[in-house]
Design a protein around this ligand. Structure first.
Ligand code: FES
Length: 91
């Protein structure tokens, strides 16, 4: 059974239906279409899926999507530099 989960992604509040087993990376890349978060190893070793959750870097491949409830998440798409230019990390 899916559960509605509301959180902030790149300064926009979103609500998505989340299955209990879903990982944050699945929700970011699936219903939210944020394809900048990549899946490499899928088990917490490579860091390709890193996002910022409440100011801390986490591996989205290990983070349960339901734990995103009420949190602020920043993905690579949310790291724009001054004037909307690409940040050094995006470049
Ligand atoms: Fe490698 Fe998440 S995909 S740490």
């Amino acid at each position: 059974m899916n559960v509605a989960c509301t959180f902030t992604v790149n300064a926009a509040e979103v609500t998505v239906e989340v299955a209990p087993h879903q990982r944050l990376i699945d929700v970011l890349r699936g219903p939210l279409g944020l394809l900048g978060t990549k899946e490499g190893c899928g088990n917490g070793e490579c860091g390709a899926c890193t996002v910022i959750v409440d100011g801390r870097a986490v591996n989205a491949c290990l983070f349960p999507a339901l734990e995103a409830e009420g949190r602020e998440i920043t993905t690579i798409e949310g790291l724009l530099g001054p004037g909307g230019a690409l940040s050094p990390l995006q470049q």
